[in-house]
Design a binder for this molecule. Structure first.
Ligand SMILES: [Zn+2]
Length: 510
């Protein structure tokens, strides 16, 4: 009798549990109706546009220390080529050179009471390793157009975006478009070096003028073509936040001496122990916004097993985290990461060094701070013979999470869907650093998205060998920026013929 009763109770509880999980899963998997009208694509001459991008790729705007003559020549050539390639845009926009080589454009709108928006791109590119030159199928600075692609360093990161934005402005000016809201374009020359000079100068100038931005748009996340596990089909990811960063130097001190009489603790030994402690005591993992929102938005296109797990995080959270921890990229989305990058100490085999030094790079998850990371390191090492200090680029806390219910986010999402009707749009967390964190003080929201279709094969091309962009994708870049600009700065077209085509985009109210 007792056994029968217990079995019935277990069955009842199980039934309730399964029903609850099922309901959650069904609710979680509901697609939101976006009802975005597709619009007539703007007329562009992609052959000429591709040529103009290739011209910019040919200029070796490699990030080097500021004021070097090499940089000076390349960046001034870049300025001139941009001006010559986009004459209509240059006739309408004001241009300033700030922080030596960075560019700030302003396309004034008719309504100064509306908060302006700002698009970010960088002119600089990372260098090409000499030893890899022979592995490039086209010279990295040739700007070759071949096999349906534009080839070269910076095509993806991020001259296609820079040129795509200018193509869009050129196109809109050509149509007689007159903006209501002011648009800024900020093209820095030192993003790959941290943006501490060029970007910082732009931000300082805007701040001094009291400019408050509605939102900024920068690189950070792409259109994923199979990069998100459990999802088939393209996903446009909009980065709502980015992790912070701090680099710490650990220095172990010792008296030194001859290696024939080593003490029980040496500088090298202390440092090794400290690094071991840090590696063994990782920061705790958390599933939190905006990663949780990413999963919620992707649920309708995820396979059932993923959907069940993600819809019921009250029981599956630990399992999801352990799955994410299995890959470096997944792990980076759930915790502050610890990466030892430099280790030094000792000169000769028979001398005990007095100093041994290591550098550890931390990428800080939202919820942690530069100060809390430093505290964790000191507490974990727990060794007064080791000093800890901040080195490298200025440390930064994680950014705030931009508002995904804001008009700006919804407008961005709408613009993406107008050009890419078959993608699913979802917010996400940027695990690297972009220029946009410099603007956080003066921007209401910051979004990080490039309309770049990126598959597993393309990932290694960024900062790697055979960087390239498909011409068809570049055409999508231009269409996207035309839609985004007209949607966000709203304006008037003189050319009667074009009004109909553009109206559905311009009608959108901010
Ligand atoms: Zn970049």
């Amino acid at each position: 009798m007792a056994l029968k009763f217990t079995m019935q109770a277990i069955c009842a509880v199980l039934f309730i549990l399964i029903s609850f999980i099922t309901i959650n899963t069904i609710r979680f998997g509901k697609a939101t109706n976006t009802s975005v009208k597709s619009v007539v694509a703007a007329k562009i001459d992609i052959t000429a546009s591709a040529r103009r991008l290739a011209d910019l790729v040919q200029i070796k705007t490699i990030s080097v220390s500021p004021k070097s003559p090499v940089a000076e020549n390349a960046f001034f050539e870049m300025h001139d080529t941009i001006a010559k390639s986009f004459p209509l845009a240059h006739a309408k926009m004001e241009r300033e050179i700030l922080g030596d080589f960075s560019l700030l454009y302003r396309w004034p709108g008719s309504r100064p009471d509306l908060k302006p928006i700002l698009f970010i791109a960088h002119m600089d590119v990372v260098p090409v390793e000499q030893s890899t030159l022979s592995q490039w199928s086209h010279d990295p600075f040739s700007g070759s157009i071949d096999d349906g692609f534009i080839w070269g360093r910076g095509t993806l990161d991020m001259k296609a975006s820079l040129a795509g934005i200018l193509e869009a402005v050129e196109n809109l000016v050509g149509q007689g478009f007159e903006p209501t809201r002011t648009l800024y374009l900020a093209f820095s020359h030192d993003e790959e070096l941290g943006g501490t000079h060029g970007t910082a100068s732009i931000v300082k100038a805007l701040k001094n003028r009291g400019v408050k931005l509605l939102f900024t748009l920068d690189e950070g996340m792409p259109i994923s073509m199979g990069l998100v596990p459990g999802v088939s089909g393209p996903v446009a990811l909009i980065g709502l936040a980015e992790k912070g960063r701090v680099t710490l130097e650990l220095t172990a001190h010792d008296k030194g001496g001859h290696s024939s009489m080593p003490p029980s603790k040496t500088a090298v030994g202390k440092l090794s122990r400290a690094l071991n402690q840090l590696t063994a005591n990782q920061f705790p993992a958390r599933l939190q916004s905006p990663t949780t929102e990413m999963f919620a938005n992707l649920a309708p296109i995820m396979s059932l097993d993923y959907r069940i797990a993600l819809a019921n995080t009250w029981i599956s959270q630990a399992m999801i985290i352990s799955q994410l921890e299995k890959t470096p990229a997944g792990n980076a989305t759930v915790r502050t990461t610890t990466a030892p990058t430099i280790i030094q100490g000792g000169l000769k085999p028979n001398i005990l060094p007095t100093i041994s030094r290591a550098v550890v790079d931390f990428r800080i998850l939202l919820g942690d701070t530069v100060a809390s990371v430093r505290r964790h390191v000191i507490d974990t090492i727990d060794d007064t013979d080791i000093s800890v200090r901040i080195v490298g680029n200025k440390p930064s806390d994680p950014t705030m999470v931009s508002d995904r219910s804001s008009a700006s986010y919804l407008m961005l999402k709408r613009s993406i869907l107008q050009v890419f009707p078959n993608v699913t749009v979802a917010p996400g967390l940027v695990i690297g650093r972009t220029d946009s964190h410099h603007y956080s003080e003066i921007a209401e929201n910051s979004f990080r998205f490039l309309p770049m279709r990126l598959g597993p094969d393309d990932l290694k091309r960024m900062h790697g060998i055979d960087e390239r962009i498909a011409i068809s994708n570049y055409a999508e870049f231009i269409q996207f920026y035309i839609h985004l600009i007209s949607n966000s700065i709203g304006g008037r077209l003189h050319n009667e013929k074009r009004i109909e085509a553009m109206e559905s985009t311009i009608k959108y109210k901010m």
